[in-house]
Design a protein around this ligand. Structure first.
Ligand code: ADP
Ligand code: ADP
Length: 229
C-alpha cells in the first residue's frame, strides 16, 4: 500500500516573471517500506519534495498524502502536529544539539511530544541506541564523536518516535565513502527490520547503489523512475 502520494503536486516560489516552480506537477506513489532516493542536479526540487512530504512546506496546488492524511487540508498547527508525530528527519549537517549528550539528543523528540514518563522514555531510547550501536557512547557530547557516529545519533533521534516516514536530505554528504557505506547499510538494516519507509535526497552515487527505487528529478519534474534489486 502507498505511504506517500503526490498528485499533480506543484510548489512555486515568487510570482510573475520571477516565479520558480520548485516542484512542477509531480505524480508519485511511494509504497510502504520503500528505500527510495530522489536524485537530480542541484535545484531540481529534491529538498522541496522532502519538505512537502515532511509537512514542513505546503503545496501551491495538488495533493500530498502521507500515511493516509491529505496534508493540503491541514493548517499550520496541524502540520506541526503531524510532523512531530509521524515524520523523522535526518540532515546532512546532523543538526545535533551540542550541549546535550547522545542520550539526551535522542530522547528530545519524545520529551517534545510529551505525555511519557522518564521510564517510558528510557524504554524507548535504550533499544534504539543499542540498535544503532551507540549504547556505549550514550553519555558523550556530539563533539566527542566522529561524523559517522553523529549521523547514527541523528538516525536514532529520528527513529525513536517510530515515524511513518523517515526523510533524509543528503545524509551522506559530509561523510567519507567508507562511513557513508556504514550509515547506508545501517539505514537499510533498519528499513528491513522496522519496515520504516526511507526517502533520501542525494546525488551521491553510493546512495543510488543502495536505493531500491530511484526517482530522477529535473526542473521540478519527474523524468524517470528506476526499480532496482
Ligand atoms: P534541490 O534540493 O534539488 O537542490 P530545491 O528543492 O532546493 O532543489 O530547489 C528547487 C528550486 O526552487 C530551485 O530553483 C530553488 O532556487 C528554488 N527554491 C527552493 N526554495 C526556495 C525558496 N524558499 N524561495 C525561493 N526559491 C526557492
Ligand atoms: P516547530 O515547528 O514546533 O518550531 P520544528 O520545526 O523545529 O518545530 O520541529 C518540529 C518537530 O519535528 C520537532 O518537534 C521534532 O519532533 C521533529 N524534528 C525536527 N527536527 C528533527 C530531527 N532532526 N530529528 C528528528 N525529529 C526532528
Amino acid at each position: 500500500s502507498a505511504i506517500v502520494q503526490l498528485q499533480q503536486t506543484t510548489r512555486s516560489y515568487g510570482s510573475g516573471e520571477a516565479m520558480v516552480k520548485a516542484v512542477d506537477g509531480v505524480d508519485l506513489v511511494i509504497p510502504k517500506g520503500a528505500f527510495l532516493a530522489l536524485t537530480g542536479p542541484s535545484g531540481s526540487g529534491k529538498s522541496t519534495c522532502l519538505n512537502l512530504i515532511g509537512a514542513i512546506d505546503a503545496p501551491s496546488s495538488g495533493k500530498v498524502i502521507v500515511d493516509g492524511v491529505d496534508l493540503s487540508t491541514l493548517n499550520a498547527r496541524q502540520m506541526t502536529e503531524f510532523r512531530k508525530e509521524r515524520i523523522g528527519f535526518i540532515f546532512q549537517e546532523f543538526n545535533l544539539i551540542p550541549v546535550l549528550t547522545v542520550h539526551e539528543n535522542v530522547q528530545l523528540p519524545l520529551q517534545i511530544k510529551g505525555g511519557l514518563s522518564r521510564t517510558q522514555i528510557a524504554e524507548l531510547v535504550d533499544p534504539v541506541l543499542e540498535r544503532v550501536g551507540l549504547k556505549h557512547l550514550a553519555h558523550r557530547l556530539p563533539r566527542q564523536l566522529s561524523g559517522g557516529q553523529q549521523q547514527r545519533v541523528a538516525i536514532a533521534r529520528a527513529l525513536v518516535k517510530k515515524p511513518a516516514v523517515l526523510l533524509a536530505d543528503e545524509p551522506t554528504a559530509n561523510l567519507d565513502s567508507h562511513t557513508a557505506r556504514e550509515i547506508l547499510g545501517l539505514m537499510k538494516e533498519l528499513n528491513a527490520s522496522f519496515g520504516t519507509t526511507f526517502i533520501f535526497s542525494s546525488h551521491d552515487p553510493l546512495v543510488m547503489e543502495y536505493a531500491t527505487r530511484l526517482v530522477r528529478l529535473r526542473d521540478g519534474k519527474v523524468i524517470g523512475i528506476e526499480e532496482r534489486g
